[in-house]
Design a protein around this ligand. Structure first.
Ligand code: RFL
Ligand code: PHB
Length: 393
């Protein structure tokens, strides 16, 4: 037996991109159904982004889903780049007049999930075998299975917000799509612990042993990362060894103020730059990690998902409210223009702050010269700061 449901917009994936898009469309009364492969608890268990641009916090404000963000989010108006002895302060507040907010992706996701039902945003969790059909027509449809039952969902548009591994991007024929990709020869080993952060601002450090980052989720919860080989076995990193290594890479000042504690989460993420073009094919749109990946060094992944969603929700609202197809037609080009600038920034900061296996003394001198230039040039710091707080929509 197959059940059949009709909606205006079907969204594949209930991560931050899918949830944000769903809420923005619901605000205008558009019918939306989200199909998500995992359970709600699984989605909330993924520890990822921590730094939010105004693009994202403005959208949460517009939705009125920002009470907890206002109460618990930490406004940051600067961060540090560390290289050996030097600590370079990037005072983003003074350089750009803007700030970023430290508030976990998990919390954003939870806030969006909590009000979904009250706002008529239907989310089908544990939807298996999601398959996209007839995406080149004006009547695309999805099928999925749940509890042994087959379901069919008819829509006017399908939005693929299903992350890097989801089925949406793969539904676009090879003859239409083009992939640009760079895989880095290292990953980030992250640890989350209920201990106070070592500093009130983030520290990105380039150390001979490799990159390290001191970040946080709150005044009592810290998030740290170190660069490790891409195929590293996490069992090689018991908590004590990881804390010791962080102390070395972040330098004596941070080490002296670092509080150690048991890991409540520890995982290794690979680093990749990836862009798929176009971000629309027929009645299918891609948004967020389904279309592009950035290495986390610039804190741009979630924020890019939010800017895609800002463009896409505008385009779909114009289509459904006034039959205007221009937004829909221009979505891919508009979104990609911003995507490529964030790709550039994330790649540049990754190249500057990591130790690449096999590079020579010249490459290292280039890193040192660039960091020296940044330390001495307000223009160079401004260029970094305006990318870090987020380029205008
Ligand atoms: P997500 O979060 O991957 O969500 C996609 C959802 O789709 C579901 N899905 C399916 N659903 C149905 N059927 C299928 N077959 C499906 N396959 C998948 C998945 O279960 C999931 O729920 O993508 P989205 O929504 O585009 O959001 C993107 C962000 O999650 C990502 O860009 C950021 O986390 C990246 N990122 C950071 N971004 C920032 O802006 N600032 C940061 O500080 C930051 N730090 C990070 C990061 C990512 C990291 N990792 C682990 C990759 C730090 C790390 C370590
Ligand atoms: C984090 O807190 O998880 C985080 C912060 C900044 C980044 C990446 C990750 O650039």
């Amino acid at each position: 037996m197959t059940t059949v449901q009709k909606t205006q917009v079907a969204i594949v994936g209930g991560g931050p991109a899918g949830l944000l898009l769903g809420h923005l469309l619901r605000l205008e009364g558009i019918e939306v159904v989200i199909v998500e492969r995992a359970s709600a608890d699984y989605v909330l268990g993924r520890i990822r982004a921590g730094v939010l641009e105004a693009t994202l916090t403005d959208l949460l404000h517009k939705l009125g889903i920002n009470e907890r963000l206002k109460a618990e989010g930490l406004p940051h108006d600067g961060f540090y780049l560390a290289d050996g002895e030097k600590l370079i302060h990037i005072n983003v507040g003074e350089l750009t007049g803007k700030t970023v907010t430290v508030y976990g992706q998990t919390e954003v996701t939870r806030d969006l999930m909590d009000v979904a039902e009250a706002r008529g945003l239907q989310i089908v969790y544990e939807a298996g075998d999601v398959t996209l059909n007839d995406i080149e027509s004006d009547t695309p449809w999805l099928t999925y299975s749940r509890d042994g039952v087959e379901h069919r969902l008819d829509a006017r548009f399908i939005c693929g917000c299903d992350g890097f591994h989801g089925p949406s991007r793969k539904a676009i024929p090879d003859s239409v799509g083009r992939v640009y990709e760079k895989v880095y020869p290292f990953g980030w080993l992250g640890i989350l612990a209920d201990v106070p952060p070592c500093h009130h601002e983030l520290i990105y450090a380039n150390h001979p042993n490799g990159f390290a980052l001191a970040s946080m989720r709150s005044e009592t919860r810290s998030r740290y990362y170190i660069q490790v080989p891409v195929d590293e076995d996490i069992a090689l990193w018991p908590d004590d060894r990881l804390w010791d290594e962080l102390a070395v890479r972040l330098g004596p000042e941070a080490a002296a103020r670092m509080t150690r504690g048991p890991a409540i989460e520890k995982s290794i993420a690979p680093l990749r730059s990836f862009v798929f073009e176009p971000m629309r094919h027929g009645s299918l749109f891609l948004a967020g990690d389904s279309a592009h990946i950035v290495p986390p060094t610039g804190a741009k992944g979630l924020n890019l998902a939010a800017s895609d969603v800002a463009y896409l929700s505008d385009a779909l609202i114009r289509f459904f409210k006034s039959g205007d197809e221009d937004g829909v037609a221009g979505y891919s080009e508009k979104a990609l223009a911003r995507v490529w600038k964030s790709e550039r920034f994330s790649w540049q900061l990754t190249t500057l702050m990591h130790r690449f296996p096999g590079t020579d003394a010249f490459d290292r001198r280039m890193q040192q010269a660039e960091l020296d230039y940044i330390a001495g040039s307000r223009s160079a710091r401004t260029a970094i700061a305006e990318n870090y707080v987020g380029l205008p929509l």
